[in-house]
Design a protein around this ligand. Structure first.
Ligand code: CP
Length: 318
């Protein structure tokens, strides 16, 4: 792949606005960091806070590692022990951070598209800081999408003609929506499987919905999705949910694993519900890329943060 220009963005809140070349450039940059490439020298301090209003292990820690590797200065903030608990809104909280001189906020929040009110003056925002979306409700999870693309590219060297099966709780996933769109754009074919009540036919334009047993042996990538119980309030299917029955119908067990193509891989954003989406005995099986995905997440998040540093000319970068 030819060397692509570095990406520069004012905020990183969605992948849907990225061109295919920008996606590929971020993958190139993340691969460069993974191979030990030098980080740019910051000539001025850059202050970043990680504001996780929803729980996280991978994304939060991975952003923290990426920030440290880039030489950014972390400003600790934990919504659970902050004035958010006294009723302060997210916007007012970010006004505080802005006033204190924080340059960037990496935010996870349960509200879909929460970032709109933070980045658009037309929506009433007076913030100056850059926003990096670490997951919004069932909307988007750009850093997960980008690290998934990196992991596929690293394994196959290309996207053209790959068959990717997205399986599970698709409507509630903030990873699936972005991934199906980008994968199509980069030349991969997308297929879907899982419970039909957690599938939306609006996704038909991106790929075909198929029974799991017809799909397993045909795919290059199985992208398993976590059953998102926390997003099922008011969903009648949640009351009827049985882990054993889900696993039997829609989970990857040893028999289905054995039927996969020789070079095929399994991905999952985590955390994994053992013996639901995947047999617990397979979590560390050779085709499972989960820990590779997490490792790649650090390098991809470095590339994403750098894109915003350059887009905002922070730390003396441009
Ligand atoms: N993949 C993911 O978002 O995991 P965490 O919720 O642990 O960050």
């Amino acid at each position: 792949m030819a060397q692509l220009p570095l990406v520069k963005l004012p905020h990183f809140v969605t992948v849907e606005d990225l061109s295919s070349d920008q996606v590929l450039s971020l993958i190139q940059r993340a691969e460069y960091y993974k191979q030990g490439g030098q980080v740019p020298t910051l000539t001025k301090p850059v202050y970043v806070t990680n504001a996780f209003f929803e729980n996280s292990t991978r994304t939060h820690t991975s952003f923290e590692v990426a920030e440290k590797r880039l030489g950014l200065t972390d400003i600790f903030f934990d919504p659970q022990h902050s004035s958010v608990k006294k009723g302060e809104t997210m916007y007012d909280t970010m006004l505080v951070m802005d006033a204190l001189g924080v340059d960037l906020a990496v935010i996870r929040h349960s509200k879909n598209a929460y970032y709109e009110q933070l980045i658009h003056p037309a929506a009433g925002s007076h913030l100056h800081m850059g926003i990096v979306n670490a997951g919004d409700g069932s909307g988007q999870h750009p850093s997960q999408s980008m690290l998934d693309m990196m992991t596929i590219h690293e394994h196959f060297g290309h996207f053209d003609g790959l068959k990717v099966g997205i399986i599970g709780d698709i409507t509630n996933s903030r990873v699936a929506g972005s991934n199906m769109e980008i994968l199509n754009r980069l030349g991969a074919s997308v297929f879907f499987s899982g419970p039909d009540y957690w599938y939306d036919h609006a996704f038909d334009k991106y790929g075909k919905f198929m029974p799991l047993d017809d799909l397993v042996g045909e795919m290059d990538v199985l992208m398993l999705l976590r059953v998102q119980h926390e997003r099922h309030a008011g969903d009648a299917n949640e009351a009827k949910f049985s882990a054993a029955s889900y696993h039997k119908k829609y989970g990857i067990n040893q028999e289905r694993y054995n039927r996969m193509k020789k070079n095929a891989i399994i991905m999952h954003p985590g955390p994994i519900n053992h013996d639901v989406e995947l047999a617990g005995s397979l979590v560390e099986a050779p085709k499972c890329m989960f820990y590779k995905q997490m490792q790649n997440g650090v390098f991809m998040r470095m590339a994403m943060l750098e894109a915003v540093l350059r887009g905002r000319k922070l730390g003396g970068l441009d």
